[in-house]
Design a binder for this molecule. Structure first.
Ligand code: ATP
Length: 612
């Protein structure tokens, strides 16, 4: 729906109406002064410099004539202001007036542009904030489906394109149309016949410009997509540079990248060709119009058929002054087309429905008192066919540690992800203290949980800020205590900058075990009643493993926990062990019960036991 994008932009602009009104007002004054400056220039050239006596004579005639044309009236009043005793004196007055008119015109142009710049930048700021807030509220499912490069490209590139488009549009759209209308009006006042000829030819130029604009819009959409693809390749390879290197696949990556680059280059070149054509085409049309008029008008003057030289000079001056605004409008059209494609992508992201929604009147989960229960729960990922979990039923009572074990891909992490509502089940429900978690406020639900995942995600920030993430008010003392309990204090103190040390992107400056202990310290500091722990599968050396293990024990103390367990010790001491096979629960019981069951647990246990 093409107009809805414009409508939405206008709606976004509505809070800035005061700025817009003042700038429109300034634009009108600018246009009036601008027209006056051209008008006066013609007066200067023709009357004062060429034929002063004649102008005095016609002024006397006009004074006594009641039936003046509009053109004559305008000339009469102009003369009234500038005519003095001698040409030199008149020249002086005229120069002062021209100076003031130019000066005033530029002041108003500046005011208009400055106010519009405020509107433009505020608009872009608001859109970017809205986008970011919206992205934050989208579910993990959405991020699984979307490439992050694509999102980055929208937030960075598209918003920037929109800003450029808005800038150009605002600067021009608020003044050039009024400019054109005023100029055209003056043309008609001076000579309607000549003006009519001009008006017939000018639309031809318009048609050409619009045609080019349409084509640019199509190309622009394609280039945006290519940028997203390139970004994707970049961010993918950069974030998995280890794997690329490990497989010595640099060359292939380079080839892949340069292939995308080449396509992008081609598109840009094609777009550039059209972009660059637009200027010359409009200009050529302008010149054709000018020449036709010059020929026709000149003949009129030479034949002395109602058009005098002053009128003709003024007509030509104004006509050439129109070409500028028309050309600008052509460029605005191009900018709008590029901006339009970006705006489409921005709005479509803003329109992405939030699939994990809250009740209109959500219940606040103030405290966790009794149990978490999975009831007849089934789940399927949107992008893959088939149930990942089916008919899951189990209960975690307050204070219990429940471990989930099972082969890779069985659905363990998915179970863990459903409790904080990263995804919603397609059937069945999860209850916390009798309440379906869908009825709870998302923030209160997640505030009650600590989540430690296998893949520890750290920000490129100080150790302290990473631990105190989302808890900026935490005191250093509490952070130190958390680190002590997480067995992390020792290694942090060995780093020269200590808590202020910056961890590289994704924590690459830390070992796997250290990262895990930081993540555990983070959870300890949050001190949530419910804990979801996805134990790391990556093997740590015995020393490090022991340290992580003690950290986990500290974390589990006095908490209700669901653990995706890989380590024997955690599993053995759990109150309940659940085995998952192909998305179904196959066994539930304590270590002793399941071990004597001789089922999946026994098998997994034996494999691991024999291995260790
Ligand atoms: P592991 O021990 O290897 O981590 P897991 O038991 O935790 O495995 P899950 O990660 O829950 O298994 O995955 C269960 C199934 O769902 C797998 O078949 C997996 O391919 C699929 N799956 C996991 N995440 C997604 C996703 N985001 N989109 C689509 N399918 C997914």
């Amino acid at each position: 729906m093409p107009d809805s994008i414009y409508k939405r932009m206008i709606k976004l602009m509505s809070p800035f109406w005061v700025y817009i009104i003042i700038s429109s007002f300034s634009a009108i004054i600018f246009v009036l002064l601008n027209s006056a400056s051209i008008w006066l220039t013609a007066t200067l050239i023709n009357n004062i410099l060429l034929d002063f006596d004649k102008i005095v004579k016609s002024q006397m005639e006009w004074l006594n004539n009641d039936a003046l044309t509009l053109n004559e009236k305008l000339k009469f009043y102009t003369n009234l202001i500038i005519l003095r005793e001698t040409p030199a004196e008149s020249l002086r007055v005229l120069c002062i007036i021209i100076l003031s008119v130019f000066f005033g015109k530029n002041i108003f142009l500046y005011i208009k542009n400055y106010l519009l710049r405020i509107v433009e930048l505020s608009l872009v700021r608001d859109i970017r904030n809205k986008l970011y807030a919206h992205i934050q509220s989208l579910s993990l499912g959405y991020f699984n489906r979307q490439k992050t490069g694509n999102l980055t490209s929208i937030v960075i590139n598209d918003v920037e394109h929109l800003q450029i488009a808005l800038g150009a549009t605002f600067q021009k759209l608020f003044v050039e149309p009024i400019n054109i209308i005023t100029f055209v009006g003056l043309l008609f006042i001076i000579s309607w016949k000549l003006a009519l000829i001009a008006l017939i030819i000018i639309p031809l130029a318009g048609i050409a410009v619009i045609g080019i604009g349409k084509s640019i819009r199509r190309k622009s959409r394609r280039t945006q997509k290519k940028v997203a693809d390139i970004m994707q390749i970049l961010s993918e390879t950069l974030s998995s540079i280890r794997i690329v290197k490990a497989f010595a696949n640099e060359n292939n990556e380079i080839i892949k990248f340069s292939k995308e680059s080449k396509n992008y280059f081609k598109l840009l070149l094609r777009r550039g060709r059209l972009d660059l054509l637009a200027g010359p085409i409009t200009e050529s049309f302008g010149v054709v119009i000018g020449v036709i008029l010059l020929w026709y008008g000149g003949t009129e003057v030479l034949m002395q058929r109602g058009l005098n030289p002053e009128d003709f000079i003024r007509f030509i001056l104004i006509l050439f002054s129109i070409l500028g605004p028309i050309k600008q409008m052509g460029n605005v059209n191009l900018r709008i087309q590029t901006g339009y494609a970006s705006a489409e992508r921005i709005f479509s992201l803003l329109d992405t429905p939030i699939d994990i929604t809250e009740n209109s009147n959500p219940i606040q989960l103030k405290s966790f008192n009794n149990y978490i229960e999975f009831k007849n729960l089934s789940f399927e990922y949107e992008e893959t066919e088939g149930l990942v979990l089916s008919n899951i039923n189990f209960k975690i009572n307050k204070g219990e540690v429940v471990a989930i074990v099972g082969p890779s891909g069985a659905g363990k992490s998915t179970i863990a992800d459903l409790i904080p509502r990263f995804y919603d089940p397609i059937d069945g429900e999860i209850l916390i203290d009798q309440e379906n978690i869908k009825k709870l406020s998302l923030v209160s639900l997640r505030k009650n949980m600590g989540i430690v995942t296998q893949d520890v995600i750290l920000f490129n920030d100080t150790i302290k800020n990473n631990i105190a993430y989302a808890q900026p008010k935490a005191t250093l003392e509490s952070i130190i205590n958390a680190c002590k309990a997480a067995n992390a204090l020792e290694f942090i103190e060995e780093i020269p900058e200590g808590f202020e040390a910056i961890i590289g992107e994704r924590g690459v400056k830390l070992s796997g075990g250290q990262k895990q202990r930081i993540a555990i310290a983070r959870a300890l500091l949050k001190n949530p009643p419910i804990l979801i722990l996805d134990e790391a599968t990556s093997s740590l050396d015995t020393e490090s493993e022991k340290k992580v293990q003690t950290a986990i024990e500290a974390l589990l103390k006095d908490r209700t926990a669901l653990i995706i367990a890989h380590r024997l010790s955690t599993v053995q001491s759990a109150n309940k062990i659940i085995t998952i096979e192909k998305g179904r629960i196959s066994e539930i019981g304590t270590h002793n019960e399941l071990y004597s069951n001789d089922g999946l647990y026994r098998k997994l246990y034996d494999i691991q036991f024999l291995k260790t």
